[in-house]
Design a protein around this ligand. Sequence first.
Ligand code: DHK
Length: 154
Amino acid sequence: MTRPVIAVLNGANLNLLGERDPAAYGRATLADVESLCRRTADELGYDLDFRQTNHEGVLVEQLHEVRASAAGVVLNPAAHTHTSVAVRDAAAVVKGPVIEVHLSNIHRREPFRHHSFISEVADGVVAGCGPHGYALALRQVDHLVRTSERSDER
Ligand code: DHK
């Protein structure tokens, strides 16, 4: 029997997790984050579609690709969070719940990281919880899928 899929999409520079600015992002690698997501999704009864790109347009296309097929999306837009109306508009057309994740607490960092174009169209935001934030986001996607508590007003 096929299981529903949760897509976890990661933006620019997250391929360098573990070596880039560990004070902000910690020592876990993207492979570590993927393993945690895979375990969590499996426990919740989902298959996982985990991706990373350094290109804004590719992230837009990935959101289009999963918009109707995924039960929900966990999105760490990374730097595109603070710059991209295109990623915001693509996140807005995803049918299932979208939870925005940041490893770091963007509100405790430089002022340019305080604004997110994505939050306005996300069903929830997790920031500052490190890799565990992805597991929290997956649980919230599952919760929203099961209870259909999300607003359809975005
Ligand atoms: C990751 C990045 O690469 C930054 O550009 C964002 C985000 C924060 C994170 O905390 O996961 O500002």
